[in-house]
Structures are given as structure tokens and as C-alpha cells.
Design a binder for this molecule. Sequence first.
Ligand code: TLP
Length: 356
Amino acid sequence: MRDYLVGGDEPGDLVDLRSDTFTLPTARMREAMARAPLGDDVFEEDPTVRHLEELAAQKVGKEAALFVVSGTMGNLVATLSHTQPGEEVILGLNSHIYGYEVGGLARIGGLMPRVVDDSAGIIRPEQVQNALRDANIHFAPTTLVCMENSHNMSGGRVMSVEQTKALADFAHERGFRLHMDGARIFNAAVALQVPVTELTKPVDSVMFCLSKGLSAPVGSLLAGDRGFIKRARKFRKLLGGGMRQAGVIAAAGVVALEEMVDRLGEDHARAKALAHGLSSVPGVKVIASNYQTNIVLIDIEETGLSSQEFARRLGERQIRVLTRTETALRAVVHRHIEDEDIDKAIAAFREVARGS
Ligand code: TLP
């Protein structure tokens, strides 16, 4: 039994590459959760939540931070706090906010999305420029730009400090704000070997997740200046996200930020090993050949199997992945994936690809 499993958790022989969201809390997280001092966080009286928010703000170089239930809630609260209904938001066609957050931007925010092509994982100032239109009575005014780092749908690609600064400068020159969906911003910082603040300082707000590679069971943070976080706190309440003794879960988040960032490089190294190994499997292609963090996209079209069927056959061999398109799969490496699991996964891909 692997050390992160306690009675009742899933057995350890499964290689679960579906997402880093499947990571279970560490023993130190469970201890911290049991010991955490608590209070009512709607009254801002939970000392553990306050500690987590202060630590988070300091980690990403912002004045303040807000603990939210999920990345989806953090992004929604951010877009609501930056805008008024009826405004236009520029964001990537493949971004999580646009494609995977149930349309909250439009439905709850009353916001008009205008998309640019982020299939390479980045948004350049020229693309935003091309999406802009002159002031005209017909148009919804643009006030916000959203970016994503690392970029999930392109296979975890990263946007550099220079690219982020260029986008932020462009947005600010035009009076727009820039929000970063940094669900995996620590993966990006580790991959780029830069302090995370270099990536987050240029943006007006950043959301990042504790519950992905950092292994906390629940929660994300939204960080920005004090006025922004004050508005965000109100929107979090509106959405039903005012939690009470939330220090129980925030305690795990503190451990996540203090202890789990530096090890992300191990996941990246194993993702590379997986990508290299899969490249040698006939019929299998690793899509984003410059995969940079913990996500690997795999094209299996040449095998003649649909991605659903390929994933099902991998599942029979105790390897779990998600389908990304009809012909592509996604594998995400995280703390529960060890070297032998990478070997097992490559061997299973080989078997399924050759139809044995
Ligand atoms: N991503 C999940 C799924 O929703 C696809 C995953 O397994 O990758 N931003 C980005 C870039 C994300 O990848 C995710 C989650 C979120 C936001 C939302 O976070 P949660 O799941 O906490 O709402």
C-alpha cells in the first residue's frame, strides 16, 4: 500500500493519469487539518483561513487573497469583480474559463466573451489588438483580458515572464485589466525556473489551485489588490461560497503552499519520460512536442481506434487517462505517479496500439 493511502482510499496498483486533481492529501495535511484553529470565516474570524490568505498573497506578490472552493469559483469571482454586466472579455478559445466553466461568464456575469486563438498556449498582444474594435455605438466595451498559465488544453504549455509582461503592458495601456487563470501557476514557475512572483506581478489578479499538483483536497485562491479582494469577497458570498469553519480545509492548503511546490519538478521530469517513451510506440504521437510541465497530449489516430476505445482498453490494463478529442488523449502526471507507473503506462499504450 502506498504511503498516501489510508483505509478506504483506492488501492495503489491503478495508474491514474486522468488529472492531478486526483491527488490525495499528505499525512502532514491530514494532521494540520485535525489541529487547525477555527472560527467563522464569513465573519473573517477563522485564523487558519486568514493565515492561508496572507501566505498566498505573499507567495504571489499581491496585497490580499481570498480562499475559494474551486478554480471555477475563483475565475468567476475574478471576472465578476473586474467588470460590469454587458462588458466584453477577451480570452482564449481553448481557455478553461471559456470552454470548461459552464459558461458562468455569460450566464452569471452577463459578459460577452470575444475569443482569440490560444492553441499554442499563449495570447500575444497583437492578437488582442486584432480582436479590438473602435468605439462604436454597436459594440460592447472591452474591459478585461484573461490568460491561462500553464495552459491546460495545449498540453500544459507555459507563458514566459516576458510574454506575460508584454500582454499586461498592452492591456494596461488600453485601460483593460488582466486576469490570470493560474490554476497551475506553480508548475509554470517551476518549469521556467523563475520565482512565481515574476509571472504574477504583471497581472491584476491571479487564481491558483491548491487541489491539483499541490495535493490539497479542496480549494483555490484568488489574489489581487485590497479593493479587488474586497469586491471578490462579496461576490464569493453571492455565489454561496462563504464558508464557515473553512480552516479545516485551509490548513491543508497551508501545507500545500509550504511543502508541495518544490517537488512539482519531479512530475515534469516524469511527464517528459512518459512523452519520450510514448513517442517510440508505433501509431502513437505526442502532440505538444514541447510539453513543458505535467500534462501530455497523445494523438492515437494512426492506431485506428477512437480515443474512447483506446482509453477503455488502457483502463482494462489499470491505466486511466482522459479523452481530449476523438483522436487525442490527455495524461497528467502528479505525486502518485512513480517511475514504475510511467513504464507500466508506456507498456500498456504499446499493447493497446498494436491490438494485443
Ligand atoms: N481543470 C480540470 C478539469 O476541469 C478539466 C483538469 O482536470 O485539468 N483552470 C484551469 C486551467 C483548470 O485546468 C481547471 C481544472 C480549472 C481552472 C478549474 O478548477 P476547479 O476544478 O477547481 O474548478
